[in-house]
Design a protein around this ligand. Structure first.
Ligand SMILES: Nc1ncnc2c1ncn2[C@@H]1O[C@H](COP(=O)(O)OP(=O)(O)O)[C@@H](O)[C@H]1O
Ligand SMILES: [Mg+2]
Length: 262
């Protein structure tokens, strides 16, 4: 095996709107500000992580599409810098919808991302993959490439609904294509301490998944929802906001579990 490119964490939940992309952008930025070399991979055709970092997915020549389906393109050539020091991005692309189909006909179709990332070597301490709300072939590539999965869970009705399907997929991957895959943690998002429902959901998730739930909860915070329209992580848009502080705290938790730097 080639030396791994740091710890690879897939951010996944096939439920849409639970905070995957918000977490991908802001955890990536917080880890980079903390001093880690970070690569964020936008594996969603909607490419919200890309536009949220101020990069237009429609005009970027580099993208995960090339990374997955074009054998003539070097993976390192798909990496673009961002406005944040130490944070690099492999942009998303609308053509990813087609990539699902193109991948289906390729050899080792579940391992394409894993092999591409191996060729990036040891340039990064952490690689975060923002997955789409689907359990298709691209998300499968992410789960096969990853060391662990971070699962955002929205503090809302039916929070646990659908998690069974994701956990089942993780189990199947652990039984075959990626035996070492771990759960990084469940992250409670859009938490509102004033709402009984929010607290009920948080309690339920904690009693169900116990120590696998991050201590940090991400509060519902307007700064988090408006910062993508400025093309900035919340840490640059409003560093003092509750959203910023929460993602900095989450970054500490994630960093504490990274292997020590050589
Ligand atoms: N903690 C939060 N507080 C307020 N709004 C949030 C928060 N997290 C996410 N949002 C908003 O909720 C919507 C869905 O979040 P997003 O991260 O795109 O979810 P996903 O990637 O899972 O579909 C977006 O409009 C986002 O700005
Ligand atoms: Mg998303």
């Amino acid at each position: 095996m080639a030396p791994s490119s740091g710890k690879i964490i897939a951010i996944a939940n096939q439920k849409g709107g639970v905070g995957k992309t918000t977490t991908a952008i802001n955890l990536a930025a917080a880890l980079a500000i903390n001093g880690q070399q970070v690569l964020l991979i936008d594996a969603d055709p909607q490419a919200n992580a890309t536009s949220g970092l101020g990069i237009d997915p429609g005009t970027s020549a580099q993208s995960i599409y090339q990374l997955l389906v074009d054998d003539t393109a070097a993976p390192a050539d798909q990496v673009v810098p961002t406005q944040i020091e130490r944070l690099a991005l492999i942009p998303g692309h609308i053509d990813l919808v087609g990539a699902e189909l193109e991948l289906a006909g390729l050899e080792q179709r579940e391992q394409r991302l894993k092999h591409a990332l191996a060729s990036l070597g040891t340039a990064y301490d952490v690689v975060l993959i923002d997955c789409s709300p689907s359990l298709g072939l691209i998300t499968l590539n992410a789960l096969v490439a990853a060391d662990s999965v971070l699962v955002p869970v929205q503090c809302e009705y039916f929070a646990l609904e659908g998690l069974g399907k994701l956990l089942n997929t993780i189990r199947i991957v652990q039984q075959g294509l990626n035996k070492a895959l771990q759960v990084e943690g469940f992250l409670l998002t859009m938490y509102d301490s004033r709402l009984r429902l929010s607290n009920q959901v948080a309690d339920e998730v904690r009693s169900h998944f116990e120590s696998l739930v991050f201590q940090t909860m991400i509060p519902r915070n307007i700064k988090l929802s408006e910062s993508p329209s400025y093309g900035l992580p919340v840490l640059l848009h409003d560093p003092e906001s509750k959203g910023s502080l929460a993602y900095m705290a989450l970054a500490q938790e994630v960093a504490a579990k990274l292997p020590a730097k050589a």
